[in-house]
Design a protein around this ligand. Structure first.
Ligand code: GTQ
Ligand code: FE2
Length: 380
Protein backbone atom coordinates (compact mmCIF):
# COMPACT_ATOMS: atom_id res chain seq x y z
CA UNK A 1 0.00 0.00 0.00
CA UNK A 2 1.16 3.55 -0.72
CA UNK A 3 2.16 5.15 2.58
CA UNK A 4 1.60 8.70 1.29
CA UNK A 5 -2.03 7.88 0.52
CA UNK A 6 -2.55 6.32 3.91
CA UNK A 7 -1.12 9.44 5.56
CA UNK A 8 -3.42 11.84 3.71
CA UNK A 9 -6.62 9.92 4.46
CA UNK A 10 -7.80 10.91 7.92
CA UNK A 11 -9.09 7.96 9.85
CA UNK A 12 -12.84 8.31 10.41
CA UNK A 13 -12.46 5.86 13.25
CA UNK A 14 -11.93 7.31 16.74
CA UNK A 15 -11.99 4.79 19.51
CA UNK A 16 -12.10 5.65 23.19
CA UNK A 17 -10.75 3.21 25.70
CA UNK A 18 -13.49 3.29 28.29
CA UNK A 19 -14.29 0.96 31.13
CA UNK A 20 -17.69 -0.50 30.29
CA UNK A 21 -19.26 -3.48 32.08
CA UNK A 22 -17.27 -6.58 31.29
CA UNK A 23 -14.51 -4.64 29.51
CA UNK A 24 -10.90 -4.04 30.48
CA UNK A 25 -9.79 -0.91 32.33
CA UNK A 26 -8.08 1.67 30.11
CA UNK A 27 -4.37 0.90 30.18
CA UNK A 28 -1.52 1.96 27.91
CA UNK A 29 -1.73 -1.48 26.27
CA UNK A 30 -5.47 -1.04 25.56
CA UNK A 31 -4.89 2.46 24.19
CA UNK A 32 -2.21 1.08 21.91
CA UNK A 33 -4.55 -1.70 20.73
CA UNK A 34 -7.26 0.86 19.91
CA UNK A 35 -4.80 3.12 18.03
CA UNK A 36 -3.85 -0.01 16.05
CA UNK A 37 -7.53 -0.61 15.22
CA UNK A 38 -7.87 3.04 14.15
CA UNK A 39 -4.96 3.05 11.79
CA UNK A 40 -6.21 -0.15 10.10
CA UNK A 41 -9.84 1.12 9.97
CA UNK A 42 -11.12 -1.57 12.29
CA UNK A 43 -13.86 -1.27 14.90
CA UNK A 44 -14.45 -3.85 17.61
CA UNK A 45 -18.05 -4.90 18.22
CA UNK A 46 -17.75 -4.52 22.00
CA UNK A 47 -17.63 -0.70 21.84
CA UNK A 48 -20.59 -0.52 19.40
CA UNK A 49 -22.97 -3.22 20.52
CA UNK A 50 -25.49 -0.87 22.16
CA UNK A 51 -26.00 1.21 19.03
CA UNK A 52 -25.84 -1.62 16.52
CA UNK A 53 -27.91 -4.25 18.27
CA UNK A 54 -30.38 -2.49 20.56
CA UNK A 55 -33.11 -4.60 22.16
CA UNK A 56 -35.66 -2.98 19.83
CA UNK A 57 -35.56 -0.34 17.05
CA UNK A 58 -34.45 3.13 18.19
CA UNK A 59 -35.20 5.33 15.22
CA UNK A 60 -32.88 8.10 14.08
CA UNK A 61 -35.95 9.83 12.64
CA UNK A 62 -38.05 12.16 14.77
CA UNK A 63 -41.82 12.29 15.03
CA UNK A 64 -42.83 15.50 13.27
CA UNK A 65 -45.97 17.30 12.04
CA UNK A 66 -46.28 19.50 8.94
CA UNK A 67 -49.39 21.68 8.70
CA UNK A 68 -51.14 21.53 5.35
CA UNK A 69 -52.05 25.23 5.38
CA UNK A 70 -48.35 26.15 5.47
CA UNK A 71 -47.30 23.56 2.90
CA UNK A 72 -50.00 24.70 0.51
CA UNK A 73 -49.18 28.39 0.88
CA UNK A 74 -45.50 27.71 0.09
CA UNK A 75 -46.36 25.38 -2.80
CA UNK A 76 -48.57 28.10 -4.24
CA UNK A 77 -45.73 30.62 -3.99
CA UNK A 78 -43.50 28.12 -5.79
CA UNK A 79 -46.21 27.84 -8.46
CA UNK A 80 -45.96 31.56 -9.12
CA UNK A 81 -42.16 31.74 -9.12
CA UNK A 82 -40.65 28.38 -10.12
CA UNK A 83 -41.38 26.88 -13.56
CA UNK A 84 -41.89 23.15 -14.01
CA UNK A 85 -40.14 21.37 -16.86
CA UNK A 86 -37.26 19.20 -18.01
CA UNK A 87 -34.37 19.12 -15.57
CA UNK A 88 -36.17 19.78 -12.31
CA UNK A 89 -38.92 17.47 -13.62
CA UNK A 90 -41.52 18.18 -10.91
CA UNK A 91 -42.67 21.06 -8.71
CA UNK A 92 -42.49 18.76 -5.72
CA UNK A 93 -41.43 19.95 -2.27
CA UNK A 94 -40.29 17.22 0.08
CA UNK A 95 -40.79 16.87 3.82
CA UNK A 96 -37.36 16.76 5.47
CA UNK A 97 -37.35 14.93 8.78
CA UNK A 98 -35.60 17.21 11.31
CA UNK A 99 -33.43 14.33 12.55
CA UNK A 100 -32.17 13.03 9.19
CA UNK A 101 -29.41 15.53 8.57
CA UNK A 102 -31.27 17.94 6.28
CA UNK A 103 -31.87 15.32 3.60
CA UNK A 104 -35.25 15.56 1.83
CA UNK A 105 -36.39 12.35 3.49
CA UNK A 106 -39.52 12.10 5.64
CA UNK A 107 -38.27 8.82 7.12
CA UNK A 108 -35.19 6.63 6.58
CA UNK A 109 -37.01 4.85 3.71
CA UNK A 110 -39.81 7.17 2.53
CA UNK A 111 -40.12 10.36 0.51
CA UNK A 112 -43.24 12.48 0.99
CA UNK A 113 -43.79 15.66 -0.99
CA UNK A 114 -46.44 18.15 -1.90
CA UNK A 115 -46.63 18.55 -5.67
CA UNK A 116 -48.26 21.54 -7.35
CA UNK A 117 -49.36 22.24 -10.93
CA UNK A 118 -50.75 25.54 -12.17
CA UNK A 119 -53.66 25.61 -14.67
CA UNK A 120 -52.59 24.24 -18.06
CA UNK A 121 -49.16 23.14 -16.83
CA UNK A 122 -47.42 19.87 -17.73
CA UNK A 123 -44.86 17.88 -15.78
CA UNK A 124 -42.71 16.07 -18.37
CA UNK A 125 -42.60 12.33 -18.95
CA UNK A 126 -39.96 10.24 -17.24
CA UNK A 127 -39.48 6.92 -15.49
CA UNK A 128 -37.47 5.68 -12.55
CA UNK A 129 -37.07 2.50 -10.59
CA UNK A 130 -38.41 4.14 -7.42
CA UNK A 131 -41.97 3.07 -6.66
CA UNK A 132 -44.45 5.93 -6.27
CA UNK A 133 -48.03 6.91 -5.58
CA UNK A 134 -50.16 10.06 -5.46
CA UNK A 135 -52.84 10.79 -2.89
CA UNK A 136 -55.29 13.66 -3.34
CA UNK A 137 -56.46 15.39 -0.17
CA UNK A 138 -58.39 18.09 -2.03
CA UNK A 139 -59.03 19.44 -5.51
CA UNK A 140 -59.20 17.93 -8.99
CA UNK A 141 -58.25 18.73 -12.56
CA UNK A 142 -54.92 16.91 -12.95
CA UNK A 143 -54.54 13.70 -14.95
CA UNK A 144 -51.46 11.54 -14.47
CA UNK A 145 -50.54 9.73 -17.67
CA UNK A 146 -48.95 6.34 -16.92
CA UNK A 147 -47.63 4.48 -19.99
CA UNK A 148 -50.05 6.55 -22.06
CA UNK A 149 -53.08 5.81 -19.87
CA UNK A 150 -54.62 9.08 -18.58
CA UNK A 151 -55.75 8.67 -14.94
CA UNK A 152 -58.00 11.27 -13.33
CA UNK A 153 -56.89 12.53 -9.91
CA UNK A 154 -59.69 13.72 -7.60
CA UNK A 155 -60.15 14.21 -3.88
CA UNK A 156 -59.71 11.02 -1.89
CA UNK A 157 -58.22 9.04 -4.76
CA UNK A 158 -55.13 6.88 -4.26
CA UNK A 159 -53.01 6.42 -7.39
CA UNK A 160 -50.16 3.91 -7.17
CA UNK A 161 -47.53 3.85 -9.87
CA UNK A 162 -44.92 1.11 -9.76
CA UNK A 163 -41.29 1.72 -10.68
CA UNK A 164 -40.10 1.92 -14.32
CA UNK A 165 -43.46 3.00 -15.76
CA UNK A 166 -43.43 6.16 -17.89
CA UNK A 167 -45.39 8.99 -16.30
CA UNK A 168 -46.26 12.62 -16.89
CA UNK A 169 -48.87 14.85 -15.24
CA UNK A 170 -50.99 17.62 -16.72
CA UNK A 171 -53.41 20.09 -15.22
CA UNK A 172 -56.41 20.32 -17.54
CA UNK A 173 -58.37 22.65 -15.25
CA UNK A 174 -58.49 26.38 -14.61
CA UNK A 175 -57.37 26.10 -10.96
CA UNK A 176 -54.02 25.07 -9.49
CA UNK A 177 -53.94 21.63 -7.90
CA UNK A 178 -51.90 20.22 -5.02
CA UNK A 179 -51.48 16.59 -4.00
CA UNK A 180 -48.98 14.44 -2.15
CA UNK A 181 -46.44 12.05 -3.61
CA UNK A 182 -45.01 9.11 -1.73
CA UNK A 183 -41.95 7.27 -3.02
CA UNK A 184 -39.25 4.91 -1.76
CA UNK A 185 -36.54 7.42 -2.79
CA UNK A 186 -34.57 7.21 0.51
CA UNK A 187 -34.61 3.39 0.43
CA UNK A 188 -33.30 3.44 -3.16
CA UNK A 189 -30.72 6.09 -2.16
CA UNK A 190 -29.28 4.15 0.77
CA UNK A 191 -29.32 0.87 -1.17
CA UNK A 192 -27.82 2.58 -4.26
CA UNK A 193 -30.25 0.94 -6.64
CA UNK A 194 -31.64 3.90 -8.67
CA UNK A 195 -32.17 4.13 -12.43
CA UNK A 196 -33.81 7.09 -14.23
CA UNK A 197 -34.69 8.02 -17.84
CA UNK A 198 -36.31 10.98 -19.52
CA UNK A 199 -39.31 10.26 -21.74
CA UNK A 200 -40.81 12.23 -24.62
CA UNK A 201 -40.80 16.00 -24.27
CA UNK A 202 -44.56 16.14 -24.85
CA UNK A 203 -47.30 13.56 -24.54
CA UNK A 204 -49.64 13.07 -27.51
CA UNK A 205 -52.98 14.84 -27.92
CA UNK A 206 -54.76 11.53 -27.40
CA UNK A 207 -52.97 11.09 -24.05
CA UNK A 208 -54.05 14.60 -23.06
CA UNK A 209 -57.66 13.42 -22.93
CA UNK A 210 -59.52 13.73 -19.66
CA UNK A 211 -61.39 10.42 -19.33
CA UNK A 212 -63.41 9.76 -16.22
CA UNK A 213 -62.00 6.22 -16.01
CA UNK A 214 -58.55 5.07 -17.09
CA UNK A 215 -57.95 1.96 -19.18
CA UNK A 216 -56.48 0.34 -16.07
CA UNK A 217 -59.72 0.85 -14.15
CA UNK A 218 -61.82 -0.50 -17.00
CA UNK A 219 -59.66 -3.65 -17.03
CA UNK A 220 -58.95 -4.15 -13.34
CA UNK A 221 -61.45 -2.05 -11.40
CA UNK A 222 -64.25 -4.61 -11.00
CA UNK A 223 -64.30 -6.12 -7.49
CA UNK A 224 -63.33 -9.76 -7.43
CA UNK A 225 -63.09 -10.06 -11.23
CA UNK A 226 -59.81 -10.67 -13.06
CA UNK A 227 -59.44 -10.02 -16.78
CA UNK A 228 -58.24 -13.29 -18.33
CA UNK A 229 -56.24 -11.58 -21.07
CA UNK A 230 -53.98 -9.93 -18.49
CA UNK A 231 -50.83 -11.32 -16.81
CA UNK A 232 -51.42 -13.56 -13.82
CA UNK A 233 -49.77 -11.97 -10.84
CA UNK A 234 -48.13 -8.62 -11.49
CA UNK A 235 -45.80 -7.76 -8.59
CA UNK A 236 -47.17 -4.24 -8.35
CA UNK A 237 -50.79 -3.37 -8.81
CA UNK A 238 -52.08 -3.02 -12.39
CA UNK A 239 -54.92 -0.82 -11.09
CA UNK A 240 -53.85 2.83 -11.32
CA UNK A 241 -56.64 4.48 -9.31
CA UNK A 242 -58.50 3.55 -6.13
CA UNK A 243 -61.49 5.89 -5.97
CA UNK A 244 -62.69 7.65 -2.84
CA UNK A 245 -66.31 6.51 -3.25
CA UNK A 246 -65.20 2.88 -2.85
CA UNK A 247 -62.85 3.57 0.07
CA UNK A 248 -65.46 5.67 1.85
CA UNK A 249 -68.14 2.98 1.45
CA UNK A 250 -65.81 0.28 2.78
CA UNK A 251 -65.06 2.29 5.93
CA UNK A 252 -68.69 3.30 6.45
CA UNK A 253 -69.76 -0.35 6.11
CA UNK A 254 -67.27 -1.47 8.76
CA UNK A 255 -68.63 1.05 11.25
CA UNK A 256 -72.25 0.22 10.34
CA UNK A 257 -71.53 -3.48 10.91
CA UNK A 258 -69.99 -2.62 14.27
CA UNK A 259 -73.18 -0.68 15.12
CA UNK A 260 -75.15 -3.83 14.30
CA UNK A 261 -73.10 -5.79 16.82
CA UNK A 262 -70.39 -7.30 14.58
CA UNK A 263 -67.35 -6.23 16.61
CA UNK A 264 -64.92 -8.08 14.31
CA UNK A 265 -65.69 -5.71 11.45
CA UNK A 266 -63.38 -3.03 12.86
CA UNK A 267 -59.78 -3.05 14.10
CA UNK A 268 -60.95 -1.93 17.53
CA UNK A 269 -64.15 -0.23 18.72
CA UNK A 270 -64.72 2.84 16.55
CA UNK A 271 -61.60 2.29 14.40
CA UNK A 272 -62.25 1.16 10.82
CA UNK A 273 -59.41 0.58 8.37
CA UNK A 274 -58.71 -0.74 4.87
CA UNK A 275 -55.53 -1.51 2.95
CA UNK A 276 -55.17 -0.77 -0.76
CA UNK A 277 -54.50 -4.14 -2.39
CA UNK A 278 -53.22 -5.40 -5.73
CA UNK A 279 -56.43 -6.85 -7.27
CA UNK A 280 -54.48 -9.67 -8.91
CA UNK A 281 -52.71 -10.92 -5.79
CA UNK A 282 -54.47 -9.37 -2.79
CA UNK A 283 -51.07 -8.19 -1.58
CA UNK A 284 -49.65 -4.68 -1.13
CA UNK A 285 -50.03 -2.29 -4.07
CA UNK A 286 -46.28 -1.68 -4.38
CA UNK A 287 -43.27 -3.89 -3.51
CA UNK A 288 -41.91 -1.36 -1.00
CA UNK A 289 -44.92 0.69 0.04
CA UNK A 290 -48.09 -0.21 1.95
CA UNK A 291 -51.02 2.20 1.86
CA UNK A 292 -54.15 2.33 3.99
CA UNK A 293 -57.10 4.51 4.93
CA UNK A 294 -58.26 4.72 8.54
CA UNK A 295 -61.46 6.15 10.06
CA UNK A 296 -61.82 6.82 13.78
CA UNK A 297 -65.37 7.41 14.88
CA UNK A 298 -66.52 10.54 16.72
CA UNK A 299 -65.03 10.54 20.23
CA UNK A 300 -63.23 7.20 19.73
CA UNK A 301 -59.53 6.41 19.79
CA UNK A 302 -57.34 3.74 18.27
CA UNK A 303 -55.29 1.24 20.23
CA UNK A 304 -51.71 2.28 20.79
CA UNK A 305 -49.59 0.46 18.21
CA UNK A 306 -45.88 0.05 17.46
CA UNK A 307 -44.55 -1.35 14.23
CA UNK A 308 -41.19 -2.13 12.61
CA UNK A 309 -40.44 0.47 9.94
CA UNK A 310 -41.75 3.96 9.43
CA UNK A 311 -44.90 5.56 8.10
CA UNK A 312 -46.26 8.90 7.02
CA UNK A 313 -49.88 9.83 7.72
CA UNK A 314 -52.05 12.54 6.20
CA UNK A 315 -55.33 13.68 7.73
CA UNK A 316 -58.00 13.43 5.06
CA UNK A 317 -60.97 14.81 6.96
CA UNK A 318 -62.11 15.64 10.47
CA UNK A 319 -60.25 16.83 13.51
CA UNK A 320 -58.60 15.14 16.44
CA UNK A 321 -55.32 14.51 18.13
CA UNK A 322 -52.45 12.19 17.47
CA UNK A 323 -49.82 10.90 19.86
CA UNK A 324 -46.49 9.65 18.43
CA UNK A 325 -43.83 8.67 20.95
CA UNK A 326 -43.42 11.63 23.29
CA UNK A 327 -45.16 14.06 20.92
CA UNK A 328 -48.84 14.96 20.71
CA UNK A 329 -50.49 17.21 18.12
CA UNK A 330 -53.94 18.53 17.22
CA UNK A 331 -54.54 17.73 13.58
CA UNK A 332 -56.89 18.81 10.81
CA UNK A 333 -57.37 18.28 7.08
CA UNK A 334 -54.17 17.81 5.11
CA UNK A 335 -51.76 17.78 8.05
CA UNK A 336 -48.94 15.26 7.63
CA UNK A 337 -47.00 13.49 10.34
CA UNK A 338 -44.25 10.91 10.62
CA UNK A 339 -44.24 7.80 12.79
CA UNK A 340 -40.67 6.48 13.18
CA UNK A 341 -39.92 2.79 13.64
CA UNK A 342 -41.29 1.24 16.84
CA UNK A 343 -42.63 4.53 18.23
CA UNK A 344 -46.09 4.16 19.76
CA UNK A 345 -48.96 5.74 17.83
CA UNK A 346 -52.46 6.58 19.01
CA UNK A 347 -55.19 8.37 17.07
CA UNK A 348 -58.14 10.16 18.68
CA UNK A 349 -61.18 11.76 17.05
CA UNK A 350 -62.66 14.90 18.58
CA UNK A 351 -66.07 14.55 20.26
CA UNK A 352 -67.54 17.17 17.91
CA UNK A 353 -66.08 15.88 14.63
CA UNK A 354 -68.08 13.44 12.47
CA UNK A 355 -64.98 11.24 12.20
CA UNK A 356 -61.24 11.44 11.78
CA UNK A 357 -60.15 10.02 8.41
CA UNK A 358 -56.45 9.43 7.80
CA UNK A 359 -54.46 8.19 4.86
CA UNK A 360 -51.33 6.27 5.76
CA UNK A 361 -48.35 4.89 3.86
CA UNK A 362 -45.41 2.90 5.19
CA UNK A 363 -42.53 0.63 4.30
CA UNK A 364 -43.87 -2.59 5.88
CA UNK A 365 -43.64 -4.69 2.66
CA UNK A 366 -39.84 -4.38 2.81
CA UNK A 367 -39.70 -5.81 6.31
CA UNK A 368 -42.32 -8.47 5.64
CA UNK A 369 -40.31 -9.69 2.63
CA UNK A 370 -37.24 -9.96 4.87
CA UNK A 371 -39.13 -11.61 7.76
CA UNK A 372 -38.28 -8.60 9.96
CA UNK A 373 -41.75 -7.20 10.49
CA UNK A 374 -43.31 -6.91 13.96
CA UNK A 375 -46.42 -5.20 15.23
CA UNK A 376 -47.34 -4.70 18.88
CA UNK A 377 -50.85 -3.54 19.75
CA UNK A 378 -51.67 -2.53 23.32
CA UNK A 379 -54.63 -4.37 24.77
CA UNK A 380 -57.86 -2.36 24.99
O1 GTQ B 1 -44.34 12.99 -9.87
O2 GTQ B 1 -42.92 11.82 -10.99
O3 GTQ B 1 -42.38 13.94 -5.49
O4 GTQ B 1 -40.50 11.51 -9.99
C1 GTQ B 1 -40.61 12.91 -6.64
C2 GTQ B 1 -40.13 12.29 -7.80
C3 GTQ B 1 -42.73 13.18 -7.69
C4 GTQ B 1 -43.23 12.45 -9.96
C5 GTQ B 1 -41.90 13.36 -6.61
C6 GTQ B 1 -40.97 12.12 -8.89
C7 GTQ B 1 -42.28 12.58 -8.84
FE1 FE2 C 1 -41.56 10.45 -11.27
Amino acid sequence: MNAAVVDTVPSPVRLKAVAAPGQPEPTPALEQLYRGFESELLVPLWTEIGGLMPPHPRSQAAPHLWQWSRLKALAHQAGEIVPVGRGGERRAIALANPALGGRPFATPTLWAAIQYLMPGEDAPEHRHTQHAFRFVVEGEGVWTVVNGDAVRMSRGDFLPQAGWNWHAHHNAASEPMAWIDGLDIPFAYYTESQFFEHGRDAISDAERGTPDRSRSERLWGHPGLRPLAQPDAPQATPLLAYRWADTDRALADQLALEDEGHAGATLSPGHAAVRYANPATGRDVLPTIRAEMHRVRRGACSRTTRETGSSVWQVFEGAGSVRVGEREWRVQRGDLFVVPSWQPLQLRCDADAASLDLFRFGDAPIFEALHQHRVQVDPA
